[in-house]
Ligand binder design. Structure first.
Ligand code: PPS
Length: 298
């Protein structure tokens, strides 16, 4: 039987204040209460556009708290439970009850997040990835994630992504929205490609931002346990533990390729030209540059 026939129907998107939530997974009323949450200085929000390295930063944060001791992270609960999505139903209340340091991830836009962040309470790490690879990763994820609509084709998904008709919003809007508020908050921007290029330096930069000192041994252990190959083998870190109701594991792996430039295996010449034109138009005043290819990393 075609494995797709085993997939439960996807959940509809619900447009809400400039962002597409997922019906059943998110409650718009609850999402609106997030902005009023009272923060502590030690709170941390990992903010990403989908498929930009959320799970990777979850792993780094858990290891950082455990000073590189992977056994102290524990294996009975997945990274998604330990560093949950604040926008998912019931999670914001659980976040409020959690002991410090409280950590969560979110794909939401800035205007949904606690106002306290702009009073420099708590910290934000924004992980950004080149949007061509985001698009490809998101396309494959739509085939595995049961709540998301299985793409009719890559071409069809390409158009939807450009129009921002996906869970979240447009990639361009997300990064510009967050970056425009950078100076009001304690916010660090980390590039996915920078972590691919030199994970050790990226982890050092992140630990300095969070005011946590690491010994050389702790740093080495953190690097070892947050590489793609190690995480791929670690069920707690690679979402293998996420229920089959949410992810059809037999249709693809969450930890898929973990590389830079896979878009070249998917984009046609015409699609690449269109993407580049849109990128120039949307990002011409944006100060950060992006890495599109492994060879640019050498
Ligand atoms: S989600 O669904 O939004 O939470 O997805 P997210 O975790 O943001 O992104 C998943 C992509 O990140 C890759 N990944 C990694 N790449 C390199 N090294 C490490 N350690 C790593 N961990 C996760 C993962 O493989 C997905 O990218 P693709 O391109 O699909 O492989």
């Amino acid at each position: 039987m075609d494995p797709d026939q085993n997939q439960p129907p996807h959940l509809p998107l619900v447009p809400h204040r400039g962002f597409n939530l997922i019906s059943g997974l998110h409650d718009p009323g609850e999402v609106d209460l997030i902005s009023r949450l009272q923060l502590r200085d030690s709170d941390l929000f990992i903010v990403t556009y989908p498929k930009s390295g959320t799970i990777w930063m979850q792993q780094i944060m858990l290891l950082l708290e455990a000073r590189g001791d992977v056994s102290a992270v524990g294996s009975s609960r997945s990274n998604a439970e330990l560093v949950p999505w604040i926008e998912v139903k019931d999670n914001s209340q659980a976040f409020m009850r959690a002991p410090s340091p409280r950590m969560c991830v979110t794909h939401l836009l800035h205007h949904f997040l606690p106002l306290d962040l702009s009073q420099r309470k708590g910290k934000v790490i924004y992980v950004a990835r080149n949007p061509k690879d985001v698009l490809v990763s998101y396309y494959h994820f739509h085939k595995v994630a049961n709540m998301l609509e299985t793409p009719k084709s890559f071409d069809d998904f390409f158009e939807k992504f450009l129009r921002g008709e996906v869970f979240g919003c447009s990639w361009f809007e997300h990064i510009k929205n967050w970056y425009s508020h950078k100076d009001e908050m304690n916010m660090l921007v980390v590039m996915y490609e920078e972590m691919i290029q030199d994970l050790r330096s990226a982890i050092k930069r992140i630990s300095m931002f969070l005011g946590k000192e690491l010994t050389e041994e702790q740093l080495a252990s953190m690097v070892k346990h947050s590489t793609f190959s190690t995480m791929r083998k670690n069920p707690q870190a690679n979402y293998e533990q996420v229920s089959g109701e949410l992810l059809s594991h037999h249709l693809g792996r969450f930890m898929r390729k973990g590389t830079v430039g896979d878009w070249k295996n998917h984009f046609s010449v015409a699609q690449n030209q269109r993407f580049d034109q849109l990128f120039q138009r949307e990002m011409k005043e944006f100060p950060l540059s992006f890495i599109w290819d492994m060879k640019d990393l050498q």
